[in-house]
Design a protein around this ligand. Sequence first.
Ligand code: TXE
Length: 498
Amino acid sequence: THYLNRYGILDATRRFLSKPQKMFIGGEWVDGSTGEVSAVIEPSTQGVLTTIPLATASDLDRAVAAARQQFDHGEWRRLKPLERERMLHRLADLIEANARELAEIESIDMGKSVTQARDVDIQGTIDTFRYFAGWASKLHGRTVEPSLPGNYLAYTRKEPIGVVAAIVPWNFPLQTMAWKLAAALAVGCTAVIKPAELTSLSTLRFAELVQEAGIPDGVVNIVTGYGSVIGAAMTAHPGIDKVTFTGSTPVGRSVGQTAVENIKRVTLELGGKSPVLVLEDADIPAAAQAVANGVFFNSGQVCDAGTRAYIHRSIYDRFLAALADYTATLKMAPGLDPECFISPLVSAKQQDTVLSYIDAGVREGATVYYGGRSQDREGFFVEPTIFAHCRNDMRIVQEEIFGPVLVTAPFDTVEEAVELANDSPFGLAAAIYSNDLARVHTLIPQLHAGSVYVNAHSTIDPALPFGGFKESGFGKDLGPEQLDYLMETKTVWITLPS
Ligand code: TXE
């Protein structure tokens, strides 16, 4: 289209986008069993890019059967740990070799900045596969000497859980998929992945690399389609042993319920409304920049975005001014613009949701300090928006907006700040801006959050676990902690002659 021509993209990207997409099941590229497809809309132009198949329950059955076969009897099951490790490294190398194309696909499909897609999403994907590749050969149980009378050899074995279903959201499509798949493959599981219906393209391109890396057919399967149909079917499918989900809290609740009814293992990474505490000693320009980046990155479509800033009253006005000054420097542009920071939101629906929250904030009496509007141009843009003088009982303070909206309020004492911060059903992350070490260390244990960032936001590394407290979910992605959610522990007792 006109827009793609304006910025220039790789021929490879253009070729990939020019074809109707197929799903990847048992090593084959297939249409859905009914032939039904859904149009993929480009957020920057609102034009139709291509189509993806809409999977049915019978397509899912085929994907699960392929994953089961590899897990129960296949070549994958017999691979030695170092062979799995080598395959994952090969896959990481292929992602790296195709990083620019993957970043362009991600940017065009999701709307996000192509520069950030390359540096964060794709780099994060590569790093995640490299990190977990190394774990394949470092999994082990324990040998224990029991106190029971008699003579026994007793030990534990770590065994892969089986077929893992991954339900992936649209905000970091490839990276979140990698967070779920890399560890699963490292421990020897097989997988059926459902990307979000809005953003399936990078995962489909990735599946070509899975094939190229020589990973046996059926180890990784991709089914595309609606969450309400195919996602829901995955959580109840008897051939699936574990469901790992990232998405909204309401959908996560239903995924969790169905999984538990079927006694499936489940990991839920859900919504957030992460508080940010700015103490009076904070370095105002540096903190304002970090707070703005922490909420406006990916246009606020980030689960652990720092969306509620509580700022010490003595610096409140100065801090808001610094926030606004810095925010004004963030370029709003289509994702393919290399300078883009504020990209269009993923869909018209998401744009409507965010704008209606902004209206609700105004109706509830919050002051729009900066931004607050959509844009009279093509693409689902919403201006970065800062609200001042919010109260904790406002919907814009309690509910996840998932757009570029920061709510702020002043506080007088740190005790009050902690109370405001913890007054939320969510507990994904929290941030503190201060250089007063004693106070920072006193605050960290008091915050109900799975991650606490100090003088930073959303710093993520595959070696460190990520996952929420409270209604932000349970279980962890990343870090050695994730491995335990993908393996069963078997206890073995062997009677020996006494
Ligand atoms: O999320 P959904 P949506 C939040 C954010 C956003 C809101 C709505 O607040 O505004 O969710 O986004 C699949 N059974 N987050 O509607 O529906 C769906 O196909 C099984 C936070 O896109 O939760 C997709 O693959 N699966 C979040 C995935 O679930 C179902 C990231 C997530 O979509 C399903 C995304 C069902 N019944 C949105 N219904 C984060 N924590 O990062 C849908 N899905």
